[in-house]
Design a protein around this ligand. Structure first.
Ligand SMILES: Nc1ncnc2c1ncn2[C@@H]1O[C@H](COP(=O)(O)OP(=O)(O)OP(=O)(O)O)[C@@H](O)[C@H]1O
Ligand SMILES: [Mg+2]
Length: 445
């Protein structure tokens, strides 16, 4: 034990030091009071207070806006999907939606709500917000707050984890969506280039009446395409594939596209060229489409109309025009560098009217002719629509009639739907085919 005297620094020394420091502080204070004007004094005091007494925020907040530039922000989209799995009992408001064909309702977090999450023992708080007054400048964003010291972990590990988790969730619950510029505003996605609804088209490859070998070839081609990510990368080729579907109306071009989308679970972007007035608008619209999707441009032969429009516009305003070559250049060039797993499908009723630039070898990977109904096609329709899987007494006659008439699968499908009884339906079809043959013969004369 130390006695007071023996202590290394005695209390007496400590008191005398304190007394001289207090005297010094008093002296400085009275000097400051006399020499520094009161307003400067209070300013200096506030700075002093700010640095020494205000607790420094230990939180960092990341702002994740819905859109970045003209594209959507991948982190925003991923977060909204990922956070659906983190909704807790404390959440007060949620958005719920379901279409007739959806198996489960989708529950979404709405503006104003907060969600908490935990990752490697780090506490994270997500808050859904919105800024902007009207529909056009409204911007949704999410704030992600956490302890500052975990900044690197959040940026390097947590956010990538949110993105991969959202991709897994999306794959699991994916409903194929049909995007169109006509639906803008329908789906509460705010202002964007595309609006979307669920693709509720029941078409599948099994239900399509077409040459079984062609069907198999298309399926194999799609499978190969999806498998070949590494190869496309290695050879430096854009990971995209183009199909040109041509044939008369009602032969199943649109149905085939829906079957492809359902098969791959790719979304469809249905682009109507007649509403686009300049290459720059086209570029903006195409850039706002996402990967793993099918871009569909129907009736491309109507590009003849686009050329007329171009001339018309030229006289008015040369900067606002859209050209087919703009589209093709865009698809070949710019898109190649920023899109993955893209399929592009053009359809036409008149292949002979197409711009040669579109038919050039290498432009479209596959040209598929969708043609009139064959006996094999008819048998598939009879099985789908009437449940006839074997033979029927009228099949021979129908086969003979089909060989001599140009009938589309759509026409046959319509006939088969007209009656409840199989015999009546097939008899109706025989009559229809005979009538059709007579009309064809007349038009030849
Ligand atoms: N090959 C087919 N197999 C099965 N059903 C078909 C086929 N072709 C057409 N149909 C039926 O006819 C309807 C119309 O066909 P679809 O819209 O696919 O034709 P399309 O070739 O796209 O015609 P258009 O050139 O007018 O756009 C389909 O909804 C489907 O019920
Ligand atoms: Mg069609």
């Amino acid at each position: 034990m130390f006695s007071l005297k023996e202590m290394p620094i005695s209390l007496t020394t400590l008191f005398s030091a304190y007394a001289s420091i207090s005297a010094f502080v008093m002296l400085v204070r009275s000097m400051v009071n006399e020499l520094v004007p009161p307003e400067v004094r209070s300013y200096l005091f506030s700075i002093f207070q700010h640095y020494f007494f205000t607790p420094q925020s230990a939180q960092l907040t990341l702002i994740i806006e819905e859109n970045c530039g003209i594209g959507t922000n991948q982190i925003y989209e991923a977060a909204t999907i990922y956070l659906r799995t983190k909704i807790s009992d404390s959440t007060e408001r949620l958005k719920v939606s379901k279409t007739i064909r959806q198996k489960k309702s989708t529950i979404d977090v709405v503006t104003g709500e907060e969600i908490t999450d935990c990752f490697e023992n780090i506490k994270l708080k997500w808050k859904f917000s919105e800024k902007g007054e009207n529909r056009h400048d409204r911007q949704k964003f999410i704030e992600l707050s956490f302890d500052k010291k975990f900044k690197n972990v959040v940026l390097d590990s947590y956010l990538p984890y949110v993105i991969t988790s959202s991709e897994t969730i999306k794959e699991e619950e994916k409903e194929v969506r049909l995007y169109s510029r006509d639906y803008r505003g329908c789906d509460d996605e705010g202002y964007s280039e595309w609006g979307s609804i669920n693709l509720e088209h029941p078409a599948t490859f099994e239900k399509l009446a077409m040459d079984p070998e062609v069907k198999k070839m298309i399926k194999d081609d799609l499978d190969r395409f999806v498998r070949r990510k590494e190869l496309y990368k290695k050879v430096g080729k854009a990971w995209k594939r183009g199909y040109l579907l041509y044939g008369p109306p009602g032969t199943g071009k649109s149905s085939l596209i829906a079957a492809m989308a359902n098969y791959l679970k790719f979304n469809i972007y249905d682009l109507n060229l007649s509403n686009i007035y300049s290459d720059s608008e086209l570029r903006r619209i195409l850039l706002s489409t996402s990967n793993r999707s099918i871009l569909v441009i129907e009736d491309i032969d109507c590009s003849a109309e686009l050329e007329d429009r171009e001339e018309e516009d030229n006289s008015k305003n040369s900067s606002s025009k859209f050209t087919l070559s703009g589209l093709l250049n865009f698809i070949d060039g710019l898109w190649s560098s920023c899109g993955d797993e893209r399929i592009i499908v053009f359809t036409t009723n008149h292949k002979d009217r197409l711009d040669p630039a579109l038919l050039r070898p290498g432009r479209m990977d596959m040209h598929l002719h969708m043609s009139y109904c064959t006996m094999d096609g008819f048998k598939l329709l009879a099985s789908n629509y009437l449940g006839i899987n074997g033979d029927h007494r009228l099949f021979k006659e129908i086969e003979r009639l089909l060989e001599n008439a140009e009938v589309t699968p759509a026409e046959i499908a319509e006939e088969l739907l007209k009656s409840d009884g199989n015999d009546v339906a097939l008899e109706g079809l025989v009559k229809f085919l005979e009538q059709k043959r007579l009309e064809d013969a007349k038009s030849e004369v």
